[in-house]
Design a protein around this ligand. Structure first.
Ligand code: FRU
Length: 487
């Protein structure tokens, strides 16, 4: 097979489209985005020779999912990303229909990428290969022949997205898979030498205790441990993206879900003993396929795709680009609860500061801005209140606390995005509400009460929609600090 055209087509497409992309006022400032085309899952998130490496699923040719490369960016601080040459292309027999998602690990001063090669034959039958690529310089990757060919008995060829880690000198990988009964599952493999892999078994999934039906496929699983900062107890977390869950009230309202279970991984059985409900990691419209890594400082950092599959009708498509990644967030467990916090580095890009303080009853202007960080603290309330951001002609993103229902609501119905339904999360009885919000040219990320909940949503306001308003049905005390984004 001759794959010369793969790189050529990519370079041609970038040249053709870049100017149009660069002129789009919806291009992001805080977020990692593709140079042109569509991006989806973060991949190979790692730290190698002191630098952060973040790869991502990338279609440089079109704003759809028909081709998948691994784009690559590098950073010293997780904020400023430098684009590197494309790490992996669909230019091998075992990845010709897509270099699908996977993870990264540093072994003996080399960066290993472990990913899924996707192959479809003329009849559309799929084969999946789990493969390695290795780099000594963090830029050029040598590709190895597949390490795991297809699936274990009892499963379909939907097996993908290996997440690798090391424990006591052995390597393990959790991989998303579909059973022949069309149930989504996570399976565990191990290896002594990274080359030869042994199938250990299914650790969690639909119709495996304690779960009932739980979707027809699990994508992008992740496994890690965190030390509870209050109790000191080490907790195990299994994250996964089940496809096929039905909406249940405020839950599961996106096309596909991304969430986690607390539990305990038993490597011997093997089994992930689930001890919690499945909890969605994010309450917004655009969050999927996250990946975590532990950095040199011992922080567990998560980055998600700020998008979901099968939603390609966003208005940036006309400008030849689609989707971006979320901000990196630090994960913490405090007293049995998982929190997601903006990384400390975010404070280093705080520009000009403005404040708004007072008691509000009705609606008031509280500043202006298009790309900024805001901390808003609300207290002494007994009715509905909230914020309106990026307000202007036909534009407005509303974050409202529904006092009776005790729910926080994100409403992006006034803008150019297709899905106009709000997203909600129940907060319970609260006397104060703290929001830390990052507003970008085409997104909002809202960290609620110290990161106990997060909403990530793309928004598509008019260019000059820079209004900030506060509103309340009754009295509410408000304290707002806001910093312009600074490069
Ligand atoms: C999740 C996903 C993965 C797959 C990749 C392909 O969004 O479908 O399961 O590896 O995207 O781009």
């Amino acid at each position: 097979m001759d794959f010369k055209h793969v790189k050529e087509n990519e370079e041609k497409s970038v040249l053709e489209k870049k100017e149009k992309v660069d002129q789009d006022f919806w291009r992001q400032k805080y977020h990692l985005q593709g140079i042109v085309g569509l991006i989806n899952d973060p991949n190979g998130f790692s730290q190698f020779k002191g630098k952060y490496h973040l790869f991502y699923q990338w279609n440089p040719l079109k704003t759809d999912h028909t081709a998948k490369y691994w784009g690559h960016s590098v950073s010293d601080d997780l904020l400023h990303w430098e684009r590197k040459s494309t790490a992996l292309r669909p230019d091998t027999w075992y990845s010709k229909n897509g270099v699908y998602s996977g993870s990264g690990i540093v072994i003996n001063e080399k960066l290993y990428l472990f990913y899924t090669g996707n192959v479809k034959d003329e009849e559309g039958n799929r084969s999946s290969y789990q493969c390695f690529a290795i780099s000594e310089d963090g830029e050029n990757f040598e590709r190895l022949e597949p390490s795991i060919v297809n699936q274990p008995d009892g499963y379909t060829r939907h097996i993908r997205d290996p997440k690798i880690w090391e424990k006591d000198g052995k390597y393990y990988a959790v991989i998303g898979i579909q059973s022949e009964k069309l149930e989504g599952k996570a399976v565990l493999y191990s290896s002594e030498n990274v080359k030869d892999w042994k199938y250990l078994g299914e650790i969690a999934g639909g119709n495996k205790e304690p779960l009932g039906n739980f979707g027809y496929m699990w994508e992008c699983p992740d496994y890690f441990q965190l030390k509870d900062e209050k109790t000191g107890k080490v907790v195990d977390i299994l994250a996964a993206c089940p496809q096929g869950l039905e909406p249940q009230g405020d839950l599961y309202n996106n096309k596909y879900q991304s969430g986690y279970f607390f539990g305990k991984l038993d490597y011997e059985k093997p089994d992930f003993e689930i001890t919690s409900e499945f909890t969605e990691l994010d309450r917004g419209h655009d969050f999927y396929a996250p990946q975590t890594m532990e950095d040199d400082e011992g922080r567990r950092i998560i980055v998600g795709w700020m998008g979901v599959p099968e939603e390609e009708d966003y208005p940036t498509v006309k400008n030849e680009w689609l989707h971006c990644l979320t901000l990196p967030r630090e994960l913490k467990v405090i007293d049995g609860v998982l929190y997601q916090l903006p990384i400390d580095e975010m404070k280093s890009i705080r520009g000009e500061k403005t404040e708004f303080n007072g008691t509000v009853n009705g609606e008031t202007e509280a500043g202006k801005g298009t790309v900024y960080e805001m901390i808003a603290e609300f207290s002494d309330f007994s009715d509905d209140f909230g914020l309106k951001l990026r307000t202007g002609k036909n534009s407005e993103t509303v974050i409202k606390f529904d006092y009776k229902e005790k729910k926080l609501i994100l409403d992006r119905s006034r803008g150019e995005q297709p899905d106009k339904k709000p997203r909600k999360v129940y907060l319970g009885e609260i006397e104060k509400l703290d929001l830390r919000i990052f507003v970008d040219n085409s997104s909002v990320e809202v960290f609620v009460n110290g990161g106990k909940e997060v909403f990530s949503s793309r928004i598509f306001p008019q260019k000059n929609a820079d209004g900030i308003k506060v509103f309340s049905e009754g009295n509410v005390s408000i304290k707002i600090e806001k910093w312009e984004w600074r490069d």
